[in-house]
Design a binder for this molecule. Structure first.
Ligand code: ZN
Length: 45
């Protein structure tokens, strides 16, 4: 999942299909990779 720097919309990029990474909403080419919302589990020893 990527986020467009210009319009801020979430963009799903399939790198296998699409060679050019581009925002489908505004056409901007700079997308930011979003951090996955994963909670880090820290196990106390
Ligand atoms: Zn955009």
């Amino acid at each position: 999942m990527y986020k467009c720097v210009n319009c801020g919309k979430e963009v799903e990029v399939n790198l296998n299909r699409v060679r050019k990474i581009q925002c489908p909403h505004c056409g901007y080419r700079i997308l930011r990779k979003m951090r996955p919302k994963l909670t880090k589990m820290v196990e106390a020893v």
